[in-house]
Design a binder for this molecule. Structure first.
Ligand code: SF4
Length: 281
């Protein structure tokens, strides 16, 4: 009987898949060490337990009238891709739900295996892929190892390009990610979006200094000011021909209207919840 090592689950989440309610599971463990990571207890496997695929299916049957997706987050879900492939296959065979996961994209072999059974992927691009030292700071790895990791991430993104709904995300971590980085990443996202058949969105997220953040230095940082996130979002929207959103604790998730839209100085609210925190697992 296959099991997944999880930290917890939430039967109804409105913030994990853009515009869709999901049943969300937090898997434990991660292969990166982002110093600003707010899911440290999940990554470290505190209070972890194993859940069988049959148990997940039973929970999904109870919730499926309220949700569109089964969403897997972490930690890094692709570390358990073998169990997830079986889970996604079974969910598709036995329910009408769609499947989704978050990933740092650094395990391309796992993304390839999951690809045929996945409807939505949210990929973190944590810094411009051309800037090794900045990426190294964002993911907490030595530069030499980060250079190899970035090559894997590029392969991972390519492996996900056939996914019907592809979401890219960047968190504006203080002292690491500035507006110019967001503009560069948005160009990369637009390049990946070219010739894709599915929907592609780019979400720029505010950093929040939660008490669970891995590096104490970031616990005493201030949240990224909403104006800074908004300005980066506007510039990204002008630069790249993809749907751009910002996500902040003050306003939830908002679409940045494209530059030719007469309402371009406003932002359109998508998710009603005013928090971006996932319910703690
Ligand atoms: S932010 Fe994501 S990729 Fe980075 S350590 Fe946390 S779970 Fe892993």
């Amino acid at each position: 009987m296959k099991t997944i090592k999880i930290a917890g689950y939430k039967t109804l989440s409105l913030v994990d898949v853009l515009e869709h309610p999901s049943f969300t599971i937090w898997t434990t463990g991660c292969n990166l060490k982002c110093p600003w990571c707010s899911n440290t207890p999940v990554v470290e496997g505190k209070n972890a337990r194993h859940i069988t695929l049959e148990e997940v299916l039973e929970l999904l049957r109870d919730s499926q009238k309220l949700i569109d997706y089964l969403h897997i987050t972490g930690g890094e879900p692709t570390l358990q891709h073998q169990a997830l492939v079986t889970l996604f296959q079974t969910v598709k065979a036995e329910t009408n739900l769609r499947t989704s996961y978050d990933t740092n994209a650094s395990i391309p072999e796992a993304i390839e295996k999951l690809r045929p059974y996945t409807d939505h992927v949210a990929i973190d691009i944590k810094a411009p892929l051309s800037k090794i030292s900045k990426y190294a700071r964002a993911v907490g790895l030595p530069e030499k190892r980060t250079a190899k990791t970035i090559e894997k991430i590029k392969q991972g993104i390519k492996a996900a390009l056939d996914t019907p709904f592809l979401e890219f995300r960047t968190t504006m971590v203080p002292g690491i990610i500035e507006k110019k980085d967001i503009i560069e990443i948005s160009k990369t996202v637009a390049e990946y979006a070219t010739n894709r058949n599915g929907r592609t969105v780019y979400i720029i997220q505010q950093f929040i200094p939660y008490q669970n953040v891995r590096d104490p230095k970031y616990r005493s940082e201030k949240a990224t000011p909403i104006q800074k996130v908004l300005e980066a979002g506007r510039q990204a929207s002008k630069t790249a021909d993809v749907e751009v959103y910002i996500r902040t604790i003050e306003t939830g998730t908002q679409r940045i209207p494209p530059p030719n839209n007469k309402h371009q100085n406003t932002a359109e609210s998508i998710n009603t919840p005013t928090t971006i925190t996932r319910e703690k697992a």
